[in-house]
Design a protein around this ligand. Structure first.
Ligand code: BGP
Length: 467
């Protein structure tokens, strides 16, 4: 649909950017922090670990000052569970509480709205040893952890996100480090169910304890294209969409499992065991908004029964496959970034429209961005026009979606500052702020404003009128 006149971004639009604790903070074992699964995970050869990352733990004041200089209205970050509860449960670590108190206060000093993710991949190791999300007791541990966050930060934090990209953890198995059950899928979807129950409990708790606050899920949502107009490809796209997207949002919003996803689980003998009362818990937890991460659309075709289509590299943006259900397909109409991820701004608008028409809840984008190899030039200059082009193209689509009538209240691209990527170390950069370090040489970790920093500053200043 072509609009004659575009609607403006709303006046109080939350322009900002995102990070996650383990990717940016460093200080992995300082001030009483306990180990998480990230601290013991197998690091791909040639890439750094997360021990120092961007050293944000020690430099948060400088970082927040730079965010304020860009004009941020919001900053989305995650709290490391193991800073608050080193063992995941039991003793509270006051120094961990203090760190996030200081960070939140620093943000508010500049009128930057904190948007807090409670869980971003970093399961406490102590809980993982007892089964992680596979153990029902982790649901209670998560609820206790959430309660402590609400008690300590609820007077200042108005926006809460429950679990980051639960769907990617399940689809790519990243929630189950080092486990080898008989039926991996059954185990995975049991973990999934526990996370959904935990999320619902925490959303309810949030509303009881903090009536002014808002809370929502934060999955990675992508519109799924059929590879062709062949009816079987269209069915495959619906299948993948149900398994990848709607399973998660249907439970979060409606408190019920998506029928297609459920029938997929039945086929695979992967139905989770559901305790008495669970469905009531799922129904009782209601989100106030949907936060979602978007990097690209996915394209799939029909997959024959028995065909080997899994091909999972572990990369969250490369479509996988399921025999008899769907098969990943490269979209010939889309360019790719340096890491093989397709770039599809128009698909962003499609995704925004689709989510809104299904759920009619306000939307905020909590990740979107371009991973690239940036170069620090002489005189502390980083030219990243490719990043500006990517972000601009996506912002234009948000404006079109807003004009379509979609209620979007914020945009927090990935990432505020360079940090360590999930799979490709520190060389894959996303930030508006360059961090001077290499994969294994920490150099001086100095902060350098990129070209995109100045560009985004003007976008925010003009509230998106100048993109
Ligand atoms: C999302 C994760 C982020 C971040 C981002 C970029 O899936 O929520 O934590 O890592 O993807 O991915 P990558 O670091 O693999 O480039």
């Amino acid at each position: 649909m072509k609009h004659k006149q575009l609607k403006q971004f709303p006046n109080n639009f939350l322009w900002g950017a995102s990070t996650s604790a383990y990717q940016v903070e460093g200080a992995w074992d300082e001030d009483g922090k306990g180990p998480s699964i990230i601290d013991v995970k197998r690091i791909p050869e040639g890439t750094t670990d997360y021990k120092v990352a961007s050293d944000h733990y020690h430099r948060y004041k400088e970082d927040v000052k730079l965010m304020a200089e860009m004009g941020f209205k919001a900053y989305r970050f995650s709290i490391a569970w193991t800073r608050i509860f080193p063992e995941g449960t039991g003793e509270i670590n006051q120094k961990g509480i203090d760190f996030y108190n200081n960070l939140i206060n620093e943000l508010l000093k500049y009128n930057i709205e904190p948007i807090v993710t409670m869980y971003h991949f970093d399961m406490p190791l102590a809980l993982d040893k007892k089964g992680g999300w596979g153990n029902r007791e982790t649901v209670d541990a998560f609820e206790t952890y959430a309660k402590v966050l609400f008690e300590n930060y609820g007077d200042r934090v108005k926006y809460w996100l429950t679990i980051n990209e639960q769907n990617m953890m399940i689809l790519h198995g990243s929630a189950i480090l080092g486990k080898d059950g008989e039926n991996m899928e059954k185990e995975l979807y049991q973990q999934n169910h526990h996370m959904l129950v935990a999320q619902a409990k925490v959303m309810k708790l949030c509303h009881e304890m903090l009536p002014q606050a808002k809370i929502g899920p934060a999955p990675n949502i992508s519109y799924i294209y059929p590879a062709t107009s062949k009816p079987d490809d269209v069915l495959a796209a619906q299948n993948f969409s149900a398994i990848r997207n709607w399973l998660y949002l249907d439970v979060a919003v409606f408190g019920r499992y998506n029928n297609l996803a459920w029938s997929f689980l039945e086929e695979r003998d992967a139905i989770p065991s559901i305790q008495e009362g669970d469905m009531e818990i799922l129904k009782a937890g209601k989100p106030d908004f949907i936060a979602f991460n978007y990097y690209s659309t996915k394209t799939v075709e029909a997959a024959l029964d028995g065909e080997n289509v899994k091909n999972d590299t572990g990369d969250q943006e490369l479509a996988v496959g399921e025999a008899g259900v769907y098969k990943g397909h490269t979209n010939p109409n889309l360019p790719k970034n340096d890491f093989g991820w397709e770039i599809d701004p128009v698909g962003f608008r499609t995704t925004l429209r689709e989510i809104y028409s299904r759920y009619h809840l306000p939307l905020i984008i909590t990740e979107n961005g371009l991973g690239a190899f940036d170069t620090l030039e002489e005189g502390d200059i980083v030219n990243d026009p490719y990043r500006i082009n990517y972000l601009r193209a996506h912002m234009e689509q948000i404006q079109l979606a807003i004009t379509d009538g979609v209620d979007v209240f914020g945009y927090c691209p990935w990432s505020a500052i360079d940090l360590i990527s999930t799979h490709q170390g520190s060389k894959k950069r996303y930030g508006f702020i360059f961090v001077n370090r290499d994969e294994f040489d920490l150099k001086d970790l100095r902060r350098v404003r990129k070209q995109s920093f100045y560009w985004y500053q003007n976008v925010i200043k003009t509230n998106g009128a100048e993109l």
